[in-house]
Design a protein around this ligand. Structure first.
Ligand code: FAD
Ligand code: DLZ
Ligand code: SF4
Length: 511
């Protein structure tokens, strides 16, 4: 059908579809078709994105438009401050189709359900042909058939299938090294003396400088610091950032994957999710490079396996789960939590060092690594009974890599257990002890991590037990928590009451 359509056709490229070989471009003809790219308020405002996130997306879009033109495409690029900007993707598509006389409109399917619905709803007046996004390794259909009929569709089983399917870190049909997963080696606290590798930084060019001025002017009151802005915004820069990570960060990635320190926001992490998610890096390509680096003896197996699992395991799994369960998934609230998000998530003003550090670096870098998101900001929100919708909107706003298909299952499912155990088998709830073991935060905290109750006690300590106590109805039967509940039951009643009292005092003050 696409082949016989009258020319020109309108090829729509969204802000997270900046891949040279994306399906919609492959279906098009640079000699005859028109590419539409648009910076629009409907996309900048559906949550209040971090300034750096908007700047990153706009600059990467503008650079991609330059590349497309150099490759012979005609690009209709609508800047946010263009006089006639109509403010939404659907309105801009309608305008461009009329301007260029296009009767067929082609777009790679959007990554978010919200936008897919918007296209469907305007289909009568504005029919858009949506093509599968084959930048993912697992199609929605393949994921659905893997998912169907499984009582517990867990990531680990999915991941093993993906290893077999891709051949990554495989020797024939066996995993290299004889084991599928080396996570037990990946839980070291931050090393005392090491200097941490810095991720690649890039000096803004004229295109980025223009975008920074625009974002400063139009989104000045949004969350986060705009400058210094050092993200890569082209494929070459993203590739260089990844190569730099393989040389400097990847060897330590496995060992210190879960560690946190005031000395580095990044430790040995890749800081590539933003590039992967908008199409500046290709997941197959980065995994192949890591597989090759391990086979050539440069990278330990626990690092290579840990990294590849995040991409072909977690990243593909959450995307599959998202499309399998939307739109219902977004409104899940297993514990019935309703408290508002504390202001300090936006200001960083709290005496709890762990939260202050994670939020401060989020303001500065639009980045926090997985354990900071899961075990500090996420853990606290769940223990404090915050409405998962508010938590979800915060994560979707503040990280440069945040798109709903990946953010929502991680937030609602993994970090808040709001899906009641679809993604994980138990809540990622932890007391201060965990944060103390995996970080240096507690050493400089006003609260004392070893104290369990009283005005100086670490709030994570009493909030943890109070959370388990008040949710016993839903969690008490979980076999993975039976040991924990036995410990609670062994606590004497006065101590239990003190925990409940301190939690009430703290939460009342918070809310
Ligand atoms: P590394 O730690 O170096 O890992 C390498 C890559 O693996 C990442 O770039 C990413 O593409 C992938 N990856 C790792 N963990 C996950 C995961 N759990 N799910 C999907 N991909 C993963 N990731 C996003 O890309 N966007 C989000 O909006 C997002 N929101 C999150 C919200 C919460 C509450 C939590 C707990 C996690 C979230 N994650 C999200 C997953 C993870 O935190 C980030 O992918 C990671 O921190 C990105 O930093 P990095 O590139 O240095 O990753
Ligand atoms: C996130 C984002 C932002 C902030 N701005 C734009 C934009 O102006 N134009 C655009 O095409 N895309 C933008 N995006 C990315 C989209 O929100 C993303 O394509 C959808 O959410 C689907 O994942
Ligand atoms: Fe966080 Fe508690 Fe440690 Fe303070 S003592 S940094 S609040 S875990």
């Amino acid at each position: 059908m696409i082949e016989t359509a009258p020319y020109p056709r309108l090829i729509v490229i969204l802000g997270d579809q900046l891949s040279p070989a994306i399906a919609a471009l492959r279906a098009g003809d640079p000699q005859r078709d028109i590419v539409l790219m648009a910076e629009v308020r409907s996309e900048t405002d559906y949550v209040p994105h971090h300034k750096k996130k908007i700047a990153f997306i706009f600059s990467a879009m503008r650079h991609f438009a330059v590349t497309l033109r150099a490759n012979g495409w005609t690009v209709d690029y609508v800047a946010l401050d263009a006089a006639a900007n109509r403010g939404s993707l659907t309105a801009e598509i309608e305008r461009a189709a009329a301007d260029h006389g296009c009767t067929q409109i082609i777009c790679t399917e959007p990554g978010e359900w919200r936008l897919q619905k918007a296209f469907e709803q305007s289909a009568e007046t504005l029919p858009v042909t949506l093509i599968d996004d084959d930048r993912f390794l697992c199609t929605k259909e393949d994921f659905a058939s893997w998912w169907e009929g499984r009582r517990q569709p867990r990531m680990e089983h999915f991941y093993r299938d993906m290893r077999r399917r891709t051949g990554l870190l495989m020797e024939g049909d066996k995993p290299i090294g004889g084991r599928w997963n080396y996570d037990s080696k990946n839980r070291k606290p931050p090393p005392a003396k090491t200097t941490f590798p810095e991720p690649s930084r890039f000096i803004p060019d004229k295109i980025t400088e223009d975008v920074l001025a625009l974002v400063a002017q139009r989104f000045g009151s949004n969350f986060g610091r705009l400058e210094p802005f050092r993200f890569g915004v082209t494929h070459a820069e993203a590739e260089a950032a990844f190569d730099h990570f393989v040389d400097t960060g990847l060897p330590g990635f496995g060992d210190y994957q879960d560690a946190m320190t005031l000395r580095s926001p990044f430790l040995f992490h890749a800081v590539i999710s933003l590039y992967l998610n908008v199409g500046l890096l290709d997941p197959r390509h980065v995994c192949a490079k890591v597989d090759a680096a391990h086979r050539s003896g440069d990278i330990p197996l626990n690092a290579a396996e840990g990294f590849i699992r995040q991409i072909i395991g977690w990243r593909e799994y959450v995307r599959g789960l998202y499309w399998q369960t939307m739109p219902d998934y977004a409104s899940r609230n297993h514990f019935g939590h309703t408290a508002p998000l504390p202001d300090f998530y936006w200001t960083g003003e709290t005496a709890m060092t762990c939260l202050r550090a994670c939020i401060a670096q989020t303001q500065d870098e639009a980045y926090a690594h997985h354990i900071q998101r899961l075990m500090v900001t996420g853990n606290f929100a769940m223990l404090a009974g915050i409405d998962p919708q508010a938590v979800h909107e915060w994560y979707l706003s503040v990280y440069a890599d945040a798109f709903e298909w990946v953010e929502l299952p991680n937030t609602l499912g993994m970090s808040q257990f709001a899906d009641g155990g679809l993604l994980g088998s138990k809540p990622y709830a932890a007391s201060g002890n965990y944060i103390n073991r995996m970080s240096d935060y507690c050493k400089s905290c006003r609260y004392k991590v070893k104290e369990k109750i009283g005005p100086d006690a670490c709030p994570f300590n009493y909030l943890y037990w109070d959370f388990l106590d008040r949710n016993r109805d839903t969690l008490g039967g979980n076999p993975r928590l039976s040991q924990v509940y036995r410990s609670w039951d062994r606590m004497d009643i006065d101590r239990q009451n003190a925990v409940r009292r301190d939690a009430r005092i703290f939460l009342n003050a918070l809310h």
